[in-house]
Design a protein around this ligand. Structure first.
Ligand SMILES: [Zn+2]
Ligand SMILES: [Zn+2]
Length: 68
C-alpha cells in the first residue's frame, strides 16, 4: 500500500495569505507584510520575509503594476 502524498486540503475559512511575489504561504510567524496596491488600491499585496529581504519585485494581478 502506498500513502498518497497530496497537498493538504485547507478547509478553514481563513486561508493563509500567499506572497504575491513567490506564491508561498505567508505564515503568522513569517513577518510578512501586506499593503494595498499603490496604483489601483484594489488588491492586497502580500510579501513574505524572504521577498522583502531580497527586494523581489511584485506584480499586481489587477492592474499589472510592478514595484519593489
Ligand atoms: Zn515571497
Ligand atoms: Zn493594482
Amino acid at each position: 500500500m502506498s500513502v498518497e502524498l497530496g497537498k493538504p486540503a485547507i478547509v478553514e475559512a481563513s486561508t493563509p495569505p500567499i506572497c504575491t511575489s513567490c506564491k508561498r504561504i505567508v505564515g503568522p510567524s513569517d513577518k510578512g507584510v501586506s499593503f494595498l496596491c499603490p496604483n489601483c488600491g484594489a488588491i492586497l499585496i502580500w510579501r513574505c520575509r524572504f521577498c522583502r529581504k531580497n527586494v523581489i519585485p511584485y506584480r499586481c494581478p489587477n492592474c499589472g503594476f510592478e514595484g519593489p
